[in-house]
Design a protein around this ligand. Structure first.
Ligand SMILES: C[S@@+](CC[C@H](N)C(=O)[O-])C[C@H]1O[C@@H](n2cnc3c(N)ncnc32)[C@H](O)[C@@H]1O
Length: 212
């Protein structure tokens, strides 16, 4: 998903720093101060337009959430939705997941979500896949010891790659589904924009949760 930058987006972001930060330099270890209450912190990496994280934050007021997104334009679209809702437990972060260690302290996060991450099918792009070992190493550091990683995708190739990559890294799988919407896990599932699109076409959604 590539979105064209619009002039209103920069202005909106600049005027709403209580909800959104762009590549902040001094937030590691300090995220709880951005929320109304100090409570478990969950991070979605690659939030897109934010459907999942807004619904998740509404459903779980007992947790704090961060929507992390590389594209300014997508983050501005999340911000628009947040300005309509003003959820006290949701913050938006414009940054690249490659910089997680500069953005979060060790053990600062209790759960991470990877939803419909870009598949990067070419072997030479493996390091860009958000389930490649270079990324898993970052998640291991920012996640608490018992922290959970949740991953959903429509892409069979990326799912198979991720199972191998995570298994080789030593992650322990807790739940695996090759058809999330037809499983018992569907009751609790909050969908993303991409998920809605693929599910409507009848494609199965692959799902897993695991811990380091
Ligand atoms: C295919 S879209 C899926 C969006 C959303 N999660 C959904 O399921 O509808 C992947 C999103 O991840 C973002 N993304 C990809 N790599 C990223 C990275 N390294 N750091 C932060 N965001 C990233 C992209 O900009 C894009 O918005």
């Amino acid at each position: 998903m590539r979105l064209r930058n619009k002039p209103w987006a920069q202005e909106l972001i600049k005027n709403n720093e209580q909800y959104i930060l762009v590549e902040p330099t001094a937030m590691a270890g300090n995220w709880q101060k951005r929320f109304a209450k100090s409570q478990p912190l969950e991070l979605e990496l690659g939030s897109g337009k934010g459907k999942f994280i807004l619904e998740q934050a509404k459903k779980h007021p007992e947790k704090n959430f961060i929507a992390m997104e590389l594209q300014t334009m997508a983050a501005a679209m999340i911000l628009k939705k947040q300005l309509a809702e003003k959820l006290p437990n949701l913050q938006i972060l414009v940054a690249n997941g490659q910089n997680l260690l500069e953005l979060f302290a060790v053990d600062e996060i209790s759960k991470m979500y990877l939803n419909f991450s870009d598949p990067w099918p070419k072997t030479r792009h493996e390091k860009r896949r958000l389930t490649a070992p270079n990324f898993l190493k970052l998640y291991q550091q920012v996640l608490q010891d018992n922290g959970q990683l949740e991953f959903k995708t429509d892409n069979q190739g990326l799912f198979e790659y991720s199972l191998v990559s995570m298994s080789n890294y030593g992650l322990h799988f807790e739940q695996i589904s090759l058809n999330l919407h037809a499983s018992v896990l569907a009751d609790d599932n909050v969908t993303t924009e991409y998920e809605e699109k693929f599910a409507q076409k009848g494609q199965p959604i692959y799902f897993l949760t695991c811990r380091f």
